[in-house]
Design a protein around this ligand. Structure first.
Ligand code: ATP
Ligand code: MG
Length: 567
């Protein structure tokens, strides 16, 4: 490709709307353009990167026995009604009607579609296991589309679905996919971690997320520096903290004017936060829920949601607190309150002579002892893990990091096959539900995550495996015939030998071309200048390290290939 022809309009300024570096750099490098919130055109450079990621994905999926197919994006409502997800999916689903007023959606995922397909064609154990996958656009009307391709409303996903005879088969498929995912993200040149995760709306039990480690990541993860435990904080389990035993004092009320926060009440009473009970009230589709954790802890809303088994959960407004609970915002507590569901963390139950709101303005209870003074509906772990909490496996203090979820593997078991009656006949002629797994990779998100992890002040630094091109050739003086024709020859020769090269043949100053080359992030830059003409040397600069090499203009192909192989 000649840069004079390349459709990659670069921008000097950073667009104001772009908050994260991948979004900024993709706009600046002329890789993407926005059509609407969370909906983008992939320009030629971006599409080349996407195709390379897809090629790696296909090779690894095929390597594990996956077969590629392509299902419709437009899905009829009926199959979603069969599993009950038509109602559950909520506003995230893009819905539409045809001219006959029939309901459809734009596929946010394809469990219903694939299970319906397979149930009509697979009858016997002899046809299993099956691994079917596709790479296509998915549609989710995200509440907060943002960060460019990171959280789009239209995005590219690879989704594979496994169908096995039994749990053993599923475990096998799951492990194969886990392995393939590790290969894919390694081959893309990413630093990542597989973490234990929560099943979310797709359901199922065992699941891992593949996280690209980056400060801009929306997910918080914990990992143990000692054993190999790693989890999304949403999932991380915690053992109760046992506090030193104290004699139970009698419950008293104390005036605490204006102390609506844990900080202010502890300051006033001269106690530490681990002596207080934090009470949060939520509105859910299962009613009002009160959640109790120790004052220095946070509620893990995902754990809470799973325990209450509710679809929606949000912090209650003042009206709920006053009218439904008869309490006072800022002074809520579990003693003497009537709430249909009270969930307490076990550490709260182990607290002696604590402090909590007294449900009246400007007053708190002292010497609260959970086992004596109130009775939660449920006592279970609802605490959000924090840095330095003990590792659930080995008790060493955990560390935290931010991650971008680029892929997830789920064991679905028979959730969908039972709902959609996808059964087969086993060796003994007995009808059984197929045992399923599903495995997604955000292809477009992976491209963005790669940039989050591989950039510097000048632009993108592509890993060779997924770079849009490997080499850019820049003649210093476009008016110099000798430089131009030599550059053209190098360009032809590199491409002929399988190295993907672009030739910056534009009539621009070298500074402009170098800036664009760094912004777009080609792994190698070949400069053709006076030194090339006079001394037969081309200058080759490595984008990632800044190293400079001089190669003989008549003998550089293998050197360039070796260099690329080492990056
Ligand atoms: P998230 O928690 O980030 O919303 P998810 O758990 O809903 O993601 P999955 O249903 O597991 O996502 O989808 C598989 C993969 O698709 C994810 O691992 C992610 O890489 C990608 N993905 C999901 N939602 C988006 C989106 N809105 N934009 C881009 N990629 C996405
Ligand atoms: Mg997920």
């Amino acid at each position: 490709m000649r840069v004079s022809q390349l459709y990659a309009p670069t921008l000097r300024e950073t667009p104001a709307e772009a908050e994260v570096v991948s979004h900024q750099l993709m706009l600046r490098a002329g890789m993407i353009r926005k059509a609407a919130g969370g909906i983008y055109t992939y320009m030629p450079l971006a599409l080349r990167v996407l195709r390379k990621i897809e090629t790696i994905v296909r090779q690894e999926m095929d390597g594990k026995g996956g077969q590629e197919l392509l299902m419709p994006i437009i899905q009829p409502a009926e199959m979603w009604q069969e599993t009950g997800r038509w109602d559950v999916y909520g506003d995230e689903m893009f819905r539409l009607k045809d001219r006959h007023n029939r309901n459809f959606c734009l596929g946010p995922t394809h469990e219903e579609m694939i299970t319906t397909l397979v149930r009509s064609d697979v009858r016997s154990y002899r046809q299993l296991p099956l691994k079917l996958y596709q790479i296509q656009n998915k549609y989710r009307d995200e509440r907060r589309p943002r960060f460019g391709l990171m959280r789009g409303r239209e995005f590219i996903m690879k989704d594979l679905y496994s169908f096995d005879k039994d749990e053993e088969g599923l475990t096998n498929s799951y492990d194969q996919m886990y392995d393939a995912y590790s290969n894919i993200f390694s081959r893309c040149g990413l630093t990542f971690r597989a973490v234990e995760a929560d099943g979310g709306a797709i359901g199922g039990s065992k699941t891992h997320e593949f996280m690209v480690i980056a400060d801009s990541g929306e997910a918080a993860i914990v990992y143990c520096p000692s054993c190999n435990y790693a989890a999304n904080v949403e999932k991380a389990e915690l053992k109760p903290i046992v506090m030193p035993e104290e004699e139970l004092q009698s419950l008293t009320i104390t005036d605490t004017p204006g102390t609506k926060s844990i900080e202010s009440v502890t300051a006033l009473l001269g106690i530490s936060a681990d002596k207080t009970i934090k009470t949060l009230v939520y509105n859910t589709d299962k009613g009002v829920v009160m959640a109790l954790v120790r004052g220095d802890h946070e509620v893990n809303e995902i754990k809470l949601q799973n325990i209450v088994d509710c679809l929606t959960i949000e912090l209650a407004d003042e009206k709920t607190i006053v009218e439904d609970l008869g309490s006072t915002p800022g002074f809520i507590g579990p003693v003497g309150i009537k709430c249909p569901i009270i969930v307490a963390d076990p550490t709260v139950m182990n607290l002696y002579n604590g402090v909590c709101g007294a449900n009246t303005p400007n007053q708190h209870y002292r010497n609260v002892n959970a086992k004596r003074d109130f009775s939660p509906t449920i006592v279970t772990d609802i605490r959000l893990i924090q840095e330095n909490d003990p590792c659930p496996h080995c008790d060493v203090a955990v560390k935290t990091a931010r991650g971008i979820e680029v892929g997830q593997v789920f064991k679905l078991h028979t959730k969908y096959s039972e709902a959609l009656k996808a059964t087969y006949l086993d060796e003994n002629g007995r009808e059984k539900p197929m045992v399923m797994g599903c495995y997604g990779i955000g292809v477009s998100r992976t491209m963005a995550a790669t940039i989050e992890q591989n950039n510097d002040e000048y632009g993108i630094v592509w890993p060779v495996a997924i770079a849009p091109y490997h080499v850019v050739i820049v003649p210093i003086s476009p008016k110099d015939e000798a430089q131009m024709s030599l550059s053209n020859k190098i360009y032809q020769d590199l491409n002929a030998s399988g190295v993907e090269a672009v030739f910056d043949d534009r009539n621009e100053r070298p500074g402009v071309k170098f800036k664009d080359a760094d912004l777009i992030g080609y792994p190698l830059k070949v400069t053709v200048g006076p030194k090339t003409i006079n001394e037969n040397l081309i200058e080759v600069k490595v984008r990632r390290t800044g190293e400079v090499f001089y190669f003989d203009v008549n003998n550089y192909l293998n050197e360039i290939k070796d260099l690329l192989a080492r990056l």
